[in-house]
Design a protein around this ligand. Sequence first.
Ligand SMILES: *Cc1c(COP(=O)(O)O)cnc(C)c1O
Length: 421
Amino acid sequence: MSKRRQIGDHQLHPESMMMGYGYDPRLSEGALKSPIFQTSTFVFNSAQEGKAFFEIAYGLRERGPNEELGLIYSRLNNPDLEILENRLALWDGAEESAVFVSGMAAIATSLLALAPAGSTLIHSAPIYGGTDYLLTHILPSFGIETIGFDAGPEPEALQQVLSRLEHPDRLAAVLIETPANPTNTLIDIAQCRQLIDAHCPRAPRVPLLVDNTFLGPLWQKPLSHGADLVLYSATKFIGGHSDLIAGACLGAKSLVDKVRTLRTFFGTMTNPWTGWLLLRSLETLKLRMTSQMKNARYVADFLADHPRVQSVHYLGLLQRDDPAWEVYRRQCTAPGSLISFEVVGGEQAAFRVLDALKLIRLAVSLGGTESLAEHPATMTHADVSVDRQAHLGITPGMIRLSVGVEHPEDLIADLTQALDA
Ligand SMILES: *Cc1c(COP(=O)(O)O)cnc(C)c1O
């Protein structure tokens, strides 16, 4: 396995390791690229070896000093997924990672690995629609209490929920999504960490989970701000081409091992073909995300100056007197490529703009090479009540834009004609 991380004293950057790290061509006939290991099971060299692999896989004994988990069966492990997990972990500086068949599979498996029946989960709101449904409708039926708090750069909302907990000892984990969708509201990860530890002091500490789909893994690294697990819909930026569904969970080995064990028994791992596609995607991750972010800056500036646009929610446009500015400066290294903006004239006007777009496609999802636009109030957030929508700042005139890698002038030309419509 090529696990080179440095040349002499020089530490290599993740983008330089995406092409070869974790893969040894000598094990695959010299193939420069990893083959797709499209196999359900792996042949043991001897019965003794099979026995040893299972002892490790089922935790029946401690691993030897240089002993790696051998390949057994593709629900437990597979070379494409192992290489992918090794490479993915580099971006977030994580000890371990586990990949899943979808972002929802990563979130559901991780939460259930941490929260037994009778425990409590706290989460930020708004949160991704699927996660919201899981927290509000599914987990309570498993005997898990879930409590939401309003996302925001200031600590009061979380503090209130924490101080009102009847049984702080039953708090199993806190899950936040920052920036929040579709409003780009920021939550201070380090402050969450402090608040949780102050209200629920315990060792090991109460895990803080961050859904980093919107800015990660390039522009926000939650593990370095006090998070314990980072979650992704790899369908979005990591996959990046809108042609697959996948998810990931990253963090310290002790926690990821727990999550991975449940993944084995739920069967929520991804498959070798998707794993291989993601390896290919990772090679251009930085190029894509950088290009998308630069385009988004142009588009956000254009929208902010447009007379038919009431307001633009984009991290690159935060003003210094906004409480979110300080959080942004500490926590994020670039504003990413998601923009929400409100057009004058409510739902009707927003629909007219969406229907008039010619290059930008009308679809949910985000983070792909092509620009996509959607209407949160009636699409991704249709399940949120009108009152809640108003409270969260999801207005009828709001359009969410995921900016792709097209030429920025073409995107602006398309938006210009659509806003004139
Ligand atoms: C898309 C998304 C998810 C769900 O991921 P899937 O891959 O669709 O299962 C979770 N969180 C966020 C922030 C997302 O955007």
